[in-house]
Design a protein around this ligand. Structure first.
Ligand code: ASP
Length: 398
């Protein structure tokens, strides 16, 4: 039986057991089972920094010239932004059809405290590391990318025997990181079960039913975006059939769904893109870490859906100009969204603020954030992989 099937079975099992256990079983689950899930995520996280840093340095040295890197960078960022804007529009369309929140009334004063969202300039400043070791210690991907680019260019400029030594070293270290991920993934079926069980037991039907319409919007929006946008990207520009694409991505998709973290899924995404979709290591190691930090299509769908939902609940009609503003701020906000659980909720506050929607609305979606996050993260990482296929194919022809 292949690994994805095993993970899928444990996912279904966790739903069944979680529903049976319910909130009554929660203390036991939290005490004995959830920590095993945490160990699994920790094991994956353990490899994020080594895998990103080493394969990016190797990728840089094999890409060879800065001009090529610049071209790939611009192309990647452009496609990332474009698909994100489409994602918000899909969120609007689905929410426009389903009308989530109609008939739901918000009790005044139910404000929720979320951390303040960083401004876009703060995101740019934070990209440049002052101390690369500190960035690695905190697993801040963007500064690590920047540092790895400099190290790669430095190695190329030194040239000769000394450079070869370093390239071989980084290459070997990247290989070892991939082997570690393979080992950790053997543990995935158990890890996924232990991660999902507390979520299902905690969010029983009582919590989910009143907001089912929002969850439905998120689920439909995600499927539509994946099928319409990613399938066509993979087929038309990525020379990959949609079936091969989604099958190849199945492990990463299931891990994203359970961990709710693009960053934690990154090593598995890199592995899937290289081993199952045939993307090259140099493209994968640049496009995917960048995507895991700046490309969040699922989060964008969520911004579209939630802003319409909150507007509905408060009986506010959004104008076309306001919708345009949401697309703009939502795209920027998704760039600044960290690839960790719950980050999208913080950034939603920035979008609400930009069009004057009530912040209290956050309290409503906060209750089901974990469930919405499962869909967001799955779409986020699938989008990164679709763009990787496109860049990989177009660079082959360039
Ligand atoms: N959890 C998401 C991710 O890691 C980000 C979000 O909360 O929207 O991709």
């Amino acid at each position: 039986m292949n690994l994805s099937v095993k993970i899928l079975i444990s996912l279904v099992l966790s739903v069944v057991v979680g529903l049976m256990a319910g909130v009554d079983g929660l203390p036991f689950i939290k005490w004995w089972i959830a920590p095993v899930g945490t160990i699994f995520i920790n094991l994956i996280k353990m490899v994020i920094v080594p895998i990103v840093f080493t394969s990016l340095v190797v990728g840089m040295t094999s890409l060879g010239d800065l001009k090529k890197l610049g071209r790939i960078g611009i192309k990647t960022i452009f496609i990332y932004l474009f698909t994100t804007a489409i994602a918000i529009m899909i969120g609007f369309i689905v929410a426009g059809v389903i009308h989530p929140g109609i008939g739901l009334e918000m009790t005044a004063g139910e404000a929720v405290k979320v951390k303040e969202a960083p401004s876009i300039m703060q995101v740019f400043v934070a990209m440049v590391p002052t101390n690369p070791i500190a960035s690695m210690a905190k697993a801040d991907i963007l500064p690590i990318i920047i540092f790895a680019l400099f190290v790669g260019v430095g190695i190329l400029q030194v040239g000769g025997k000394k450079s070869q030594l370093l390239i071989d070293w980084f290459d070997a270290a990247a290989e070892v990181s991939y082997k570690i991920i393979n080992m950790v993934m053997q543990f995935a079926p158990i890890g996924v079960f232990c991660l999902l069980l507390p979520v299902v037991a905690e969010n029983g039907p009582k919590v989910l039913l009143p907001l089912l319409s929002v969850i439905a919007c998120m689920a439909f929006g995600s499927v539509i975006h994946a099928v319409a946008v990613y399938s066509s990207m993979a087929r038309i520009w990525g020379n990959t059939s949609p079936l091969k694409f989604f099958r190849g991505m199945s492990e990463a998709i299931l891990i994203a769904f359970t961990t709710c973290s693009s960053a934690a899924t990154l090593p598995i995404n890199m592995k899937n893109c290289q081993e199952k979709l045939g993307c090259s290591r140099d493209i994968t190691s640049f496009v995917l870490p960048l995507g895991a930090t700046i490309n969040m299509d699922g989060t964008a769908i969520y911004m579209g859906v939630c802003s319409l939902f909150i507007a509905n609940v408060y009986g506010i009609d959004l104008t076309m100009a306001q919708m345009g503003m949401i697309i703009l701020t939502g795209t920027l906000a998704s760039i600044g969204t960290a690839g960790v659980p719950g980050a999208g909720l913080i950034m939603l506050s920035m979008v609400l603020l930009s069009v004057g929607l009530p912040m209290e609305g956050l309290a409503l979606v906060a209750g089901i954030d974990r469930i919405l996050d499962m869909f967001r993260t799955t779409v986020n990482i699938t989008g990164d992989a679709a763009v990787t296929c496109v860049i990989n194919e177009t660079e082959k022809q360039a």
